[in-house]
Every structure is written in structure tokens, then in C-alpha cells.
Write a protein that binds this ligand. Structure first.
Ligand SMILES: [Mn+2]
Length: 411
């Protein structure tokens, strides 16, 4: 094990919360992710389905979880010598019980007989959305007349608010992400390639027991930062440029999501500093707005107004020009065209219901940015924020962000 497994208490609690949301006589069927073929006889590195992991703590493929108010059963592959020889050990009943807290564990080859019996008195079968999962297809073909509903809305409701164990995992992922950032601060030099910084991030993630990047990292220098989802990371870092990095470690299936923008030379030019400070100012003000009761849409609009003030100060447009624009397409969107925030958890963009206000236990990113085509500059700063009764808790408060501090560290 690269990292300490999460206590089964979490998964026991998660399942009991799901059972409370299930309608009478409903049976929830949740399948593990299949292995995704890559090429030839090779597969992509295995990643468990987030819903499945949330409810079971089990990382193994070809596993099925059946949950109803009447009980819970976990099906896992029957260990056989050939699989164990080639692919390593499969979970035993005892190991599956200790990871998940599920007392009834059975072999997968007993699933059909089990469902046959269960489905006679269950009217609904809930499945979470997942393309090309052979197990789902098989179950669907066996019971074509059973009413099927998506588990997705229920899982979204649950996963939006994090349990203490989940917050702890995100904190750890943030701490690993912080180490990686320090490593980049030390290594960054003009003339390097963007992918060399990507490698520093990956090296630190792996060294610290993370499974690697939680998402494709962005290392975008100069005008590449204007491409919001730039992942080529193959250009040379030039001394007068900024480099925008959007990166985060994944630990025990939980993600961190951080963005920093650094001067390649170690020192911001006057204009770069002006722009950087405007992003930092909006970041600090936006973070203060992240309190219980706020709606995501209203939050973003408020941040847009903060931006308008900064844009005018930066000389990008005048107040008169801003007022002339119709409200549906405000001028600030020209320089800040993405959202300010998204939910973070097992998925870097975790399920989130925008109709629900911010609530304690939610972990949301705060990521204002400025992108100026005419000047060839893009800057984004992003931290992960825990919503609490006592105000926003910045889980990345210890990752350097202020321009002066960044310059000092790069000397
Ligand atoms: Mn983000």
C-alpha cells in the first residue's frame, strides 16, 4: 500500500446515508470500473469508479455492490491461481470486510443467483451512470423489464458534502501538492521545457505515495496560458514569460487542485506584477465570499464585479464602456471566461448541484484568472477551500501565493 487506507467507518456511514435516500423496495446496484484497454494487451492504469469507492472503499475491479434497506452485499472475484500469478493478489473475504465494513461478501459468480432472488421483491434497480461496463450490460440484459433509475442524483447529493475522513484525505493531497510546488520553485530556470516541470510535479507526487496527477497537469508558459486546457507542456520556458501551472496530486482517490503562475526569471516585470496582484486581490476577496448560504451562480457574478473594478484599474476598459454592455454578456467575461469555482473531491470536478447553496463540509476551488489576448498573458491562482460555519478554511493557505513571497523563494 502506498498510503494508509481510509477507515471503513467512512464507507459504512456513506452507505447508511444512501440507504436513507433510497425509495422503498429499491435495490442499488453499483459496479466497479472496468479496466480500460490502451493498446495491444496493455491497459490504462486502473482507477476505481468514484461512486463505487465512495460506497465501498474497494479498489479492485470486477466488484459489485448491492445495497437496499434490507442489507448490503459485496461481490468480488474468486481468487484463482492464474490471475494471482500474473496480476497479483485478489482480495479475500476478510480483507474486503476490513476495507469496506461490509459483513456479507460473496464471490462474483454467485451474483446472478443472488439477484434472481432479490429482484422478485424489488421494484427498482438503481445504477450509476457508466459507459461500457460489461457487468452493467450483463445485468441489464438479464433483467430487461426491471425499472432502472440513475443513482446519480442521490450520489451527487451525498458527495457534495464531505465527511471528516474525506476532508483529511484532501488535506493530505494538498500537502503533497505543496511539496511539489516547492520543488518547482527550486528547479524552475529559463530554457527548461514545460514538461520538465511536469516531471518534477510527478516525481514528488509519486515519492510521497500519491498515485500521481489527479488530472492532466497544465504547464503553460507565455501565450500558452491563454489556452485554458493546454496540456501539451512541450514549449521552452523563456526568461521574460510567466508560467501558469494547474496541478494536483491524487491520494486514496482524493484530489487536490492548485494553480500558480510564476515568473520564469524569478522576478515579475512591472506589468506582470500589476496583473498578478489584481488576480491575488480578487482571489482574497472571492475567498471571503465563500460562506454557507451562497449560491454558486451569485458567487460567480459577485466575483465578476470584483473583476470589473480591477479591469478598469488595469486600463482594459473604462467604467463607461462597462456600463454600455448589456448585462447578459458583461465586459469582464472577455478577460475572465471560466467559472470561479467547482466542487472538489474524488473527482477533480466533483458532482455538484448549483441549485443548492454553499454548505459546511463542501470543498470548493477558488480560481480567479485574467487572460489578455492582446498582451499574450494568462494568470490564474487557485486554492481549495473548505466551507465552514466559522468562515472559509483555505486548505492551501500554506502554499506560497503572494507575489513578493514567490519572488523571495525563487531567489
Ligand atoms: Mn480547478
Amino acid at each position: 500500500m502506498r498510503s494508509v487506507p481510509i477507515s471503513s467507518d467512512l464507507f459504512i456511514r456513506n452507505r447508511s446515508k444512501l440507504v436513507k435516500l433510497l425509495p422503498d423496495r429499491a435495490l442499488a446496484v453499483v459496479c466497479s470500473n472496468p479496466q480500460r484497454p490502451r493498446n495491444g494487451d496493455q491497459f490504462y492504469p486502473y482507477r476505481q469508479h468514484s461512486d463505487f469507492f465512495y460506497l465501498s472503499g474497494i479498489f479492485q475491479q470486477e466488484s459489485v455492490l448491492i445495497i437496499s434497506s434490507g442489507g448490503e452485499t459485496l461481490f468480488i472475484r474468486r481468487p484463482d491461481p492464474k490471475t494471482q500469478l500474473w496480476s497479483g493478489f485478489l482480495l479475500s473475504f476478510e480483507e474486503a470486510l476490513s476495507l469496506s465494513g461490509i459483513k456479507e461478501v460473496r464471490w462474483l459468480d454467485e451474483l446472478e443467483a443472488f439477484l434472481e432472488k432479490k429482484l422478485t421483491d424489488a421494484s427498482l434497480l438503481f445504477q450509476s451512470k457508466m459507459p461500457d461496463a460489461p457487468l452493467y450490460d450483463r445485468i441489464a440484459s438479464l433483467y430487461p423489464f426491471t425499472e432502472r433509475n440513475s443513482l446519480e442524483p442521490l450520489m451527487k447529493q451525498l458527495r457534495m458534502v464531505k465527511e471528516p475522513e474525506e476532508i483529511e484525505e484532501i488535506r493530505k493531497a494538498c500537502s503533497i501538492t505543496r511539496s511539489a510546488f516547492y520543488r518547482v520553485l527550486n528547479e524552475l530556470k529559463p530554457g527548461m521545457y514545460e514538461y520538465e516541470l511536469e516531471a518534477e510535479l510527478a516525481a514528488e507526487f509519486t515519492r510521497r505515495g500519491a498515485r500521481g496527477h489527479a488530472f492532466e497537469p497544465i504547464v503553460a508558459s507565455g501565450t500558452n496560458a491563454l489556452v485554458l486546457h493546454y496540456v501539451e507542456n512541450d514549449k521552452i520556458l523563456r526568461k521574460d514569460d510567466l508560467v501558469l501551472m494547474d496541478f494536483g496530486a491524487e491520494l486514496n482517490n482524493y484530489a487536490a487542485d492548485c494553480s500558480r503562475t510564476l515568473p520564469v526569471s524569478g522576478k515579475f516585470s512591472r506589468r506582470q506584477r500589476e496583473l498578478y496582484d489584481s488576480v491575488y486581490k480578487v482571489f482574497v476577496q472571492a475567498r471571503d465570499l465563500m460562506v454557507p448560504g451562497v449560491l454558486m451562480g451569485d458567487f460567480h457574478r459577485q466575483v465578476g464585479e470584483l473583476w470589473e473594478e480591477q479591469h478598469i484599474l488595469l486600463g482594459l476598459y473604462t467604467m463607461e464602456e462597462a456600463r454600455q454592455k448589456d448585462l447578459s454578456e458583461p465586459l469582464w467575461k472577455k478577460y475572465f471566461m471560466h467559472g470561479t469555482s467547482h466542487s472538489l473531491g474524488m473527482d477533480v470536478h466533483d458532482p455538484f448541484d448549483r441549485a443548492k447553496p454553499f454548505a459546511p463540509g463542501m470543498v470548493l476551488t477558488c480560481e480567479p484568472g485574467i487572460y489578455i489576448q492582446d498582451e499574450g498573458v494568462g494568470i490564474r491562482l487557485e486554492n481549495d477551500i473548505l466551507i465552514s460555519e466559522k468562515g472559509p478554511i483555505d486548505l492551501m493557505a500554506d502554499i506560497p501565493i503572494e507575489a513578493g513571497e514567490i519572488e523571495d523563494l525563487m531567489q
